[in-house]
Design a protein around this ligand. Structure first.
Ligand SMILES: Cc1cc2nc3c(=O)[nH]c(=O)nc-3n(C[C@H](O)[C@H](O)[C@H](O)COP(=O)(O)O)c2cc1C
Length: 133
């Protein structure tokens, strides 16, 4: 399962680094990158106008079609706005919110996110098998 993420102050980048997972970092200067295979998007929560690069990335080539879920980073002090960016993207593109964490995540968050990714990988390989056999 591929992973794409966005980070402004580095917390989400740190979380991804701690998971050891290979991931593509969405880049403000050039968000036009095609994932080309199913992937999970990991995004922090900010005002919508700070998410232009993510919106451009999602609109690029097959990226919307290949999105299977969204994980949200945030800060619970934002109360009902906690991880609202991940929720809004997931709702808009009709995929599930698969995980949430604050800042760069705890050790448990890292383990649990790795499990979520593994589950998606095994689901995907069962899906591929059922189409071949
Ligand atoms: C201007 C600003 C607005 C934010 N708005 C929200 C918010 O609405 N909901 C939330 O859960 N976190 C909010 N946060 C917290 C960030 O999403 C959180 O710190 C996240 O870990 C930052 O990720 P990054 O360092 O990868 O950019 C906000 C932070 C800033 C600086």
């Amino acid at each position: 399962m591929k992973i794409a993420f966005y980070s402004i102050t580095g917390q989400t980048r740190r979380f991804i680094q701690k998971t050891g997972l290979t991931a593509y970092e969405i880049n403000d200067a050039d968000p036009d990158h095609e994932m080309g295979a199913p992937y999970i998007l990991v995004v922090p929560a900010y005002d919508d106008d700070m998410m232009d690069a993510v919106i451009d990335f999602l609109g690029y080539q097959s990226n919307t079609r290949n999105l299977v879920g969204v994980a949200g980073g945030g800060n619970r002090n934002f109360n009902e706005l906690y991880i609202h960016t991940a929720k809004d993207i997931a709702h808009g593109l009709q995929v599930p919110v698969v995980f949430d964490f604050e800042f760069n995540g705890t050790d448990n968050d890292v383990k649990n996110f790795q499990k979520v990714v593994e589950e998606f990988e095994s689901k995907q390989s069962r899906h591929i098998q059922s189409h071949i056999l």
